[in-house]
Design a protein around this ligand. Structure first.
Ligand code: PXP
Length: 253
C-alpha cells in the first residue's frame, strides 16, 4: 500500500473480485480486473485486493499473475489457509496476504476466521509467508480473544469483519448496529495496543463507511462489492473518489 497517498493515515484497498465475477458470467475476457485496478490506482486507491478462492469463482491464477507483473500498486492477496494457497502466496510474493475463512457454499466471506481453534494450522500456513516478507493479516471478528490468538500466531495485521455492522445498519436495527460498532472500536484499540496494525472491511458503502473510518487505530479499509456495483452508475473512478472523500472527511472530524 502506498502510505504517502493516504491523508489522515487511512488507506483504501480496492477489492476487484467482482469485476472478475462479471467477466466470468459470460466466460469472456472482459471486463478485465487489471484494467479496473489501473483505474483504481488513478482514482487514488492505495492498494488492490483480490481473493483467489479455492473454486476460482471470480479471480483466477492468471489474474494474480497479471496483477503482480503489471500493477505498480501493491497487491493484498486474500486466501484461505490451505497448502495450495500457501504455495501460490510463496510463488507470487505479494506485498500482503490476508487469510480469510472459506466455505464453498457461502456467497461471500460471512464471518471472521476462528483463529483460536485453528491456531497451530494458521501458524504453519502463515509463518513461511511472513518470513518471505509478505505482510500477513488475519480476517477476524472484533473479539479480543481472536486478537490474542492473532498475536500468538504472529500476524502483523488484523482485519475486522464489518459485515454484521453493515447488515444491522441497513436492517435499521439501531441498537445492534451501535453495539457492533462499539465492539469494533474496542477491538481496534485493543489490537493496536498489542502492536498489531488494524484494518477493517466487508459490506462497507458510502452510508456505512464514516463511523469505521473515524476509528483512529484503523489504518486501512478494504472495499469491493459496493464500489464495483456503484461503478455501474457513477463510473469506477468517481465511486472510488467519493469513497476516499468520505473516508478523509470522517477521519478529520
Ligand atoms: N476484506 C476481506 C478480508 C474480504 O474477504 C472482503 C470480501 O472479499 C472485503 C474486505 C471486501 O468486502 P466487500 O466486497 O463487501 O466490500
Amino acid at each position: 500500500m502506498n502510505e504517502s497517498k493516504s491523508p489522515g493515515n487511512l488507506r483504501l484497498g480496492v477489492n476487484i473480485d467482482h469485476v472478475a465475477t462479471v467477466r466470468n458470467a459470460r466466460g469472456s475476457s472482459y471486463p478485465d480486473p487489471l484494467r479496473a485496478a489501473l483505474v483504481a490506482e488513478s482514482a487514488g486507491a492505495d492498494g488492490i485486493t483480490a481473493h483467489l478462492r479455492e473454486d476460482r469463482r471470480h479471480i483466477s491464477d492468471g489474474d494474480i499473475e497479471k496483477l503482480m507483473s503489471e500493477l505498480s500498486l501493491q497487491l493484498n492477496l486474500e486466501m484461505a489457509a490451505t497448502a495450495e494457497m500457501q504455495e501460490i502466496a510463496l510463488r507470487f510474493k505479494p506485498h500482503a496476504v490476508c487469510v480469510v475463512p472459506e466455505r464453498r457454499e457461502e456467497r461471500t466471506t460471512e464471518s471472521g476466521l476462528d483463529a483460536i481453534s485453528h491456531e497451530e494450522h494458521l501458524k504453519e500456513i502463515t509463518r513461511p509467508i511472513s518470513e518471505q516478507g509478505s505482510r500477513v493479516s488475519l480476517f477476524i471478528d472484533a473479539d479480543p480473544l481472536q486478537v490474542d490468538a492473532a498475536v500468538r500466531i504472529g500476524a502483523a495485521v488484523v482485519e475486522f469483519h464489518t459485515g454484521a455492522y453493515c447488515d444491522y445498519y441497513f436492517e435499521k436495527r439501531r441498537s445492534e448496529c451501535e453495539r457492533e460498532l462499539n465492539r469494533i472500536r474496542e477491538a481496534a484499540a485493543y489490537a493496536n495496543a498489542l502492536g498489531l496494525e488494524v484494518h477493517a472491511g466487508h459490506g462497507l458503502t458510502f452510508e456505512t463507511v464514516a463511523p469505521i473510518a473515524k476509528i483512529p487505530q484503523v489504518a486501512e479499509l478494504n472495499i469491493g462489492h459496493f464500489l464495483i456495483g456503484e461503478a455501474i452508475f457513477l463510473g469506477l473512478e468517481s465511486a472510488i473518489l467519493n469513497m476516499k472523500k468520505l473516508m478523509v472527511e470522517a477521519r478529520k472530524k
